[in-house]
Unconditional design. Structure first.
Length: 76
């Protein structure tokens, strides 16, 4: 067994396994960082939507009379 690992073919197999392992690790890291970027982008959109909803609530009409007045004025 040890003679195979020290032969040229054995060293080539070890090198190929190491290269494939590193390539697989790089692929998986790139894939997870892409997923993290997508999650961060979606979180930013969610926060912006929530902020606009909160702003609309803060600046909206307070009473039914306010709603009527704003509908008549066209400023709703």
């Amino acid at each position: 067994m040890m003679s195979f690992l020290t032969s040229k073919l054995g060293l080539a197999v070890i090198a190929a396994v190491a290269v494939l392992g590193v390539a697989g690790w790089i692929y998986l890291e790139g894939r997870s960082s892409g997923g993290n970027a997508a999650r961060a982008d979606q979180l930013g959109k969610t926060v912006e939507t929530q902020r606009s909803i909160t702003d609309a609530d803060a600046h909206g009409p307070r009473t039914p009379d306010d709603v009527d007045r704003r509908l008549r004025d066209g400023s709703f």
